[in-house]
Design a protein around this ligand. Structure first.
Ligand SMILES: Cc1cc2nc3c(=O)[nH]c(=O)nc-3n(C[C@H](O)[C@H](O)[C@H](O)COP(=O)(O)OP(=O)(O)OC[C@H]3O[C@@H](n4cnc5c(N)ncnc54)[C@H](O)[C@@H]3O)c2cc1C
Length: 543
């Protein structure tokens, strides 16, 4: 099996090319003095000492519980900036005592039974691509030990129902393997988060992930037909139904539960035929408000573009898809059934009436979305997680925050958030920073802006600087009426000055009660989303 990096994104052999590394350094050097600090070396597992495991596996489970050093390193953190930074610094004070690798649902049940009897906290782990502290194994002192429960061996497409166009799929399957399997039946889940390569179906469901399709079916929620979840209190399996009005939906409870109720082992998922027809064209705008207005009108036109991604001029510039003078709207349509030219034509009419300029490609190409400005942006989007490794080694923070808001507040919200975040970053880091914005998803009633920034820090200050910026951006999003996250989940990091303020108090009580119903000893992912009954989770960001 290819070994994953415990200090970065992807597999050990997926490193930046020399040219890529130089280009990241060049970009950093445009704003910051590279001679100020030495780049951190890539850490070696053998040089990192971990605290001794606090529990030994019982005889009955010893084949599926591991105390392997590299596995413990790999399961200590997710992939947020501070996760990668702490790993790069070799700082692992709270690794899992053991990592569980169940091979089937029965083994998941056995692990939870043992953990429950022994007051051991359990952190479900899919691909570990969480960017909000969702898989971090720092659970406090209320437990005798903590295990990370990795679903990677539950990785099969078990059944395909072609007439209903749905499949029963195990939760630990990774994006590429899932699509490869469905392709054999000319089907697709059509859910492509940026982390697709290294995240799993179970993780997507547990976090309500957002795919890269911009309208209509944006979240994984839309594709879930039924779920099976193992809780400490027993197995919960919902009925396969295309729709049901029978009270609150059990799946709605499971979707977004972030591992605090139980372990999702499989789900029936709604599928689609693979698209054959594509049409796309970039549109440029001089004025951001016009661009936003065009995006709104297209989102409300029932044309439902697959991609409707508005990049502000700086976002386009930093991704090599513009010179910084124009805002770029990437529009594309796709279908398995019919030609999409008419849809594209109508959306271009709307864009042009709102002030957009475009040039239709002379020749219609199937893969037009992979060339020109759209293509450049697409490549940069796919490689971005790898680029971050080079900047972390210098202490430079490259991070994002994402939210959503209704159209009535859209323009002012984006402008205010950019301004307030830039100001906060300058105050915290001591240096200017440009906050850029793209819309990742749009809805008839609103939009999901995604902000990116680079902030100055050094390897010794980067964790603190990041923490203060994170708290500030959590607060800014929520204070201005947005959500602390549109699709990155809550985990632990988004609670601080964010989710804990945004969530209605009565709903928190409902969630706490629901948890104690299936997890009376609060062993499941403590500290994520809520504090379990009677336990105050202290997050490292609150020190
Ligand atoms: C570079 C990068 C790009 C990203 N792009 C996107 C994006 O485009 N869209 C998006 O939505 N997110 C994105 N994310 C965030 C992350 O990939 C998603 O949250 C993803 O859904 C997590 O899936 P995973 O399998 O890696 O889950 P993990 O990170 O392993 O877990 C995430 C959470 O779900 C719980 N969990 C995982 N599996 C299960 C299970 N089987 N049962 C119960 N609980 C479980 C964990 O305990 C944890 O709380 C990105 C992250 C990175 C690092």
């Amino acid at each position: 099996m290819r070994e994953r990096k415990f200090w970065g994104w992807g597999f050990q052999d997926q490193v930046l090319s020399k040219e890529e590394e130089e280009s990241v350094e060049k970009r950093i050097a445009q704003n910051f003095d590279l001679n100020e600090v030495e780049a951190l070396p890539i850490p070696l597992a053998k040089d990192i000492e971990l605290p001794k495991a606090k529990v030994i596996p019982p005889e009955t489970l010893k084949n599926i519980l591991s105390d392997d050093h590299v596995e413990r390193l790999n399961h200590a953190y997710g992939k947020s900036f501070p996760d990668v930074a702490r790993a790069m610094l070799g700082s692992f004070p709270n690794p899992p005592d053991l990592v569980a690798f169940p091979n089937n649902q029965e083994e998941v049940v056995n692990i939870l039974d043992w953990a429950n009897e022994n007051n051991i906290a359990v952190v479900p782990y899919g691909g570990g691509s969480s960017v909000c502290g969702g898989v971090e194994t720092d659970v406090g002192d209320d437990y005798s030990a903590v295990i990370s429960l990795d679903l990677r061996n539950l990785n099969q497409v078990l059944e395909i129902d072609k007439s209903s166009r749905a499949a029963r799929i195990q939760a630990g399957i990774f994006g590429p393997a899932l699509e490869e399997e469905l392709k054999k039946s000319n089907l697709t889940l059509r859910h492509f988060p940026q982390s697709f390569e290294h995240s799993t179906l179970g993780g997507w469901i547990a976090t309500r992930s957002g795919g890269h399709f911009a309208t209509l079916y944006t979240h994984i929620d839309d594709f879930v037909e039924s779920t099976t979840m193992v809780t400490p209190g027993g197995v919960i399996e919902s009925r396969r139904l295309p729709g049901s009005g029978a009270g609150p939906s059990p799946d709605r409870m499971v979707i977004g539960s972030e591992g605090i109720l139980g372990v999702i082992t499989e789900a029936w998922m709604r599928l689609q035929e693979r698209p054959k027809f594509r049409a796309s064209c970039p549109v440029l705008f001089d004025d951001y408000e016009d661009a936003l207005n065009a995006t709104r009108l297209i989102s409300q036109s029932a044309l439902f573009p697959a991609n409707c991604r508005l990049l502000d001029a700086n976002e386009a510039l930093f991704n090599g898809a513009g010179d910084g003078s124009k805002h770029l709207l990437i529009l594309s349509f796709e279908s398995a059934d019919h030609d999409m030219d008419a849809w594209l034509k109508r959306s271009l009419e709307i864009a042009s009436e709102a002030g957009g300029q475009y040039e239709l490609p002379q020749e219609k190409k199937e893969d037009a979305h992979k060339s020109g400005a759209s293509g450049t942006w697409r490549n940069s989007f796919i490689r971005a997680p790898y680029y971050r490794e080079a900047s972390v080694r210098r202490g430079i923070i490259q991070d994002t925050f994402e939210t959503s808001i209704t159209w009535d507040k859209g323009f002012e919200f984006i402008e205010t958030l950019k301004e307030r975040a830039s100001k906060a970053i300058k105050e915290i880091s001591g240096k200017e920073s440009t906050v850029t914005c793209r819309l990742t998803h749009t809805y008839p009633d609103g939009l999901a802006p995604y902000f990116s920034y680079t902030a100055y820090a050094t390897p010794s200050t980067m964790i603190d600087v990041w923490k203060n910026i994170k708290i500030a951006t959590n607060q800014i999003c929520v204070e201005h009426g947005g959500t602390v996250t549109h699709h990155h989940a809550v985990g632990r990091d988004h609670r601080v000055k964010g989710y804990d303020l945004q969530r209605p108090e009565g709903f928190k009580d409902m969630l706490v009660s629901a948890k104690s119903g299936v997890d009376p000893r609060s062993i499941m992912n403590p500290g994520v989303l809520i504090d379990p009954k009677g336990i105050k989770h202290k997050h490292w960001m609150e020190d």
